[in-house]
Design a protein around this ligand. Structure first.
Ligand code: ZN
Length: 319
């Protein structure tokens, strides 16, 4: 999402903090929702599904007592996305969506269990908006912490034979509604430290531009060498040419560079000493996934054009 995203800019102008909190105040004023009944009474088949999914083996739960941590399960909304008009969490989320705080992150979930519930009992839930705190600047972006308090109830007869509700569990649920922080701008890769280009190395960089990995070759004795130099270290003649390498090799050694920052590079980067099929070794950056790099891993050359003047020979792991 770029900083010049027009609709979001508009939303920021029209929804300031005061307007947000005024809308939130109306949600507070609605108080606690009417009880919403669970679709089904507490039942052993659903408990069994949950026990299997969680790997829970406590024998009490195979014999009619619902695991307390299932509290939320009984009153889950189904697949229908519509929500009751008085649902304070949903209503508050809509306020923040409208105000441009469109992202959501669950941050806290504190459940309190007041008593066990048993197969056959009918659960209902009420919810109220507990608190809205913000704006806060967080690691993921600026936002508001929205807390709701759910209470689960079981209906019971009182001594006079009337109906009353008994609370069996509560849950304080907190989310952060936020605007994602601007991602750091991508680095300008043309600002990298440029390799030296001179008459000894020109053939190499002309090669990378042409999609060739060129290795210097002594025209007198045929010896290959890298890095390039003006004179053959074997026969001491200055008559030099090149051959085009296959572009295949293996990782002889490597390191992952995390710091310090390098101009034009997004860290970390992987630097490797590549052993070429032709027997020479060459230092280069390994692109992409670092998971599959290892000493001995097969690599092939890839050419990354930085700009009109420079194309780098880099490497990618092929297996
Ligand atoms: Zn030579």
């Amino acid at each position: 999402m770029s900083g010049t995203d027009a609709p979001q800019e508009t939303a920021q102008e029209t929804w300031d903090h005061d307007r947000i909190m005024a809308a939130v105040e109306k949600m507070f004023a609605m108080g606690e929702t009417a009880p919403r009944e669970a679709r089904d009474p507490i039942n052993q088949p659903m408990i069994n599904n949950w026990l299997e999914a969680m790997g829970e083996t406590d024998p009490r739960y195979s014999d009619g007592i619902a695991p307390p941590a299932m509290a939320q399960v009984w009153t889950m909304y189904g697949l229908d996305p519509t929500r009751p008009a008085d649902d304070p969490l949903h209503g508050t989320m809509q306020i923040f969506d409208a105000a441009g705080f469109k992202s959501v992150l669950g941050t806290n979930c504190d459940q309190t269990y007041l008593r066990d519930v048993k197969v056959g009992e009918q659960i209902s839930i009420t919810t109220r908006l507990e608190s809205v705190v913000g704006p806060k600047v967080t690691g993921v972006g600026e936002g508001y912490f929205v807390s709701t308090l759910n209470t689960w109830w079981v209906a019971k007869k009182n001594e006079q034979g009337g109906e009353e509700r008994e609370a069996v569990a509560t849950m304080l649920f907190r989310v952060l509604k936020f605007k994602p922080a601007q991602r750091k701008p991508r680095v300008d890769k043309t600002k990298l430290v440029r390799p030296q280009m001179n008459r000894d190395t020109a053939y190499f960089w002309e090669g990378t531009k042409a999609g060739e990995l060129r290795l210097q070759k002594c025209n007198a004795c045929g010896e290959l060498r890298h890095p390039p130099g003006p004179m053959c270290p074997t026969c001491h003649t200055a008559d030099r040419g090149y051959v085009v390498a296959s572009g295949r090799g293996t990782v002889f050694s490597f390191l992952v560079h995390h710091a310090p920052q390098l101009p034009g590079k997004e860290l970390p980067i992987t630097l490797a000493l590549i052993e070429l099929e032709e027997g020479l070794r060459m230092v280069g950056e390994v692109q992409g996934n670092r998971e599959n790099i290892a000493i001995g891993a097969p690599v092939r050359v890839v050419f990354e054009q930085i700009d009109d003047d420079l194309t780098l020979a880099q490497w990618e792991v092929t297996a």
